[in-house]
Design a protein around this ligand. Structure first.
Ligand SMILES: Cc1cc2nc3c(=O)[nH]c(=O)nc-3n(C[C@H](O)[C@H](O)[C@H](O)COP(=O)(O)O)c2cc1C
Length: 175
């Protein structure tokens, strides 16, 4: 594997965290990377709610059985559909905010932090609960719940490269 790409292979879903806080400065670095992602028409529909308060974290942990994670910080990546001034412009907001989410995870990895992407959108019940807990206005839709912190578990670097998923010129020709 090319070591230039180590960052990508080192990013793994971390589900156990140390009881060690994440600072404002660290969070700002992560969000600078998140907001370096590409967006359709450069409309940047993303917004981020940073949660470190114990009660707020507890509410987010209860959103689903798959989000019961003991991290000291959660960042909820949202799309603000209010930025779209013409019909159909909002069609790419999920991709825009997903690109930002992946940048956030990679930045966390670069700083030696663990991270976990928990899906919210398009599950209606989770969107409703998170919107209520975070008091989001109706035009702001939560896409992803990202946990961040110092990891308390080690996972090996890896790709899941599979040549069977690649085709040359047309689907009938395998790579
Ligand atoms: C859209 C999306 C939703 C996910 N939701 C959850 C989740 O709710 N809980 C969880 O523990 N992991 C969740 N994951 C993490 C995946 O389980 C994980 O990325 C996958 O198993 C591959 O492992 P890796 O991230 O270590 O490479 C989600 C990942 C994505 C991209």
């Amino acid at each position: 594997m090319d070591e230039k790409l180590d960052l990508f292979y080192n990013r793994r879903s971390v589900r156990k965290y140390a009881d060690r806080p994440v600072s404002d400065q660290q969070i700002e670095q992560l969000l600078k990377a998140a907001m370096a992602a590409p967006t359709a028409m450069n409309l940047k529909p993303w917004e981020f709610v940073v949660v470190r308060d114990a009660d707020q974290l507890e509410k987010l942990r209860k959103i689903s059985p798959f989000s019961n994670i003991n991290a000291p910080c959660a960042i909820v990546v949202c799309g603000n559909l209010g930025v779209f001034k013409r019909p159909l412009m909002e069609r790419f907001w999920v991709q825009d905010c997903s690109a930002a989410t992946e940048n956030l995870l990679l930045a966390a990895t670069a700083f030696g932090l663990g991270s976990l992407w928990c899906g919210l959108y398009p599950i209606k019940g989770m969107i409703k609960s998170v919107s209520q807990h975070l008091e989001l206005p109706g035009s702001v839709i939560p896409l992803a719940l990202v946990f961040v912190g110092y990891g308390a578990e080690e996972k090996p670097a890896r790709t899941q490269y599979d040549a069977n998923k690649i085709f040359r010129e047309r689907y009938s020709d395998k790579w």
